[in-house]
Design a protein around this ligand. Sequence first.
Ligand code: CND
Ligand code: ZN
Length: 364
Amino acid sequence: MKAAILREYGQPLTIEQVELDPPKAGEVHVKIEAAGICRSDLHFMKGEARINLPAVLGHEGSGTVMDVGPGVTGVKPGDHVILSFVPYCGRCHFCLTNRANLCDAHAATAGVLFDGTTRLHKGDQRITHMGKVACFAQEAVVPETGCVPVGKDVPWAQAALIGCSVTTGVGAAMFSARIAPGSTVAVIGAGGVGLNVIQGARLLNASKIIAVDIGEGKLEFAMSFGATHTVNPTIQDPVEAIKKITGGVGADYTFEVFGSPQTALTAYNAARKGGTVVIVGLAPIGDVAGFDLVSMVRQEKTVKGSYYGSTRPAVDMPTMVELYRLGKINIDDLVTRRYKLEDINKAYQDLDGGEIGRGVITQF
Ligand code: CND
Ligand code: ZN
């Protein structure tokens, strides 16, 4: 089958024919129908994050079940599924304490399936599966717990986005921050994930929702997802601007959704006394942000990370699907560009070049 392969950091992906072995016990063979263009994959392409190479990237996907390995009971051939990039073991400390997004068994087997091996290879050369999803390919073999069944009424691209940006962004607002009604929110970075934090804040009845982005087009687009105010840090100091909009105090909740020390510091400094700073963006490995320690103590600021929106994908993705069906979250307008798998490098140039919304591969 055809897949986009990352062979070297800093180099374009190459479209190649590779082999995919049949699913083993507890695994599912999926035909990929849509795959989202998320910045997390770009971090690997640029070497800002590390993965064993060669690798098939892609962690935001949807598809049709083709066949299942022994013991699989949750899905059957023909089912439509959203792929989760944190399949869970159901037995570790985190799975058993309602935090399956932090599953230990998944973390211990990064880039391979739960049994420690890959189904992807080219002859003798083993190929890494990003997030146990690897959906920049015609097909994938994934763990059963990485498949979330979805109704056939949900279009493929929209289902794929629930696989990362929607769940990560809306989840960050809903579960990581638990935004209280009437509170003020600032979101630094209004890309595919940030727009979902913004619409999550709207869903939770935040009052002022301030979108911060260096792209004017991004800011305008953010208004249609619920932003009430916009700030362009290339034009004005973002911390001063957020304080001004919030009556001089700063926002109750700030979200960093780009991935850099500088934007994390903006998020920290723009949070009000007693406020919560949620870090969603993945900064390049090794980067550190220096927060002022005294203000953190005297102002009791909370800084927290948010992985996969602090969701339990198996139960929270169906909630996202329902919110989409009810029109309470807008995924249709998030899908702004469609690509063929062959054009994946162009899709990533567009992402890095600041195109609005989310690109999705819909032709394999
Ligand atoms: P995308 O590139 O679509 O959005 C990032 C946005 O940040 C863009 O709109 C940029 O214009 C904007 N930006 C860049 N610099 C600045 C700045 N100085 N100030 C304000 N805005 C700026 O990326 P994405 O939405 O796909 O991903 C965003 C981050 O989230 C990225 O680091 C990705 O790896 C991470 C992420 C995290 C998780 C998770 O589970 N926590 C899941 N998926 C992606
Ligand atoms: Zn992602």
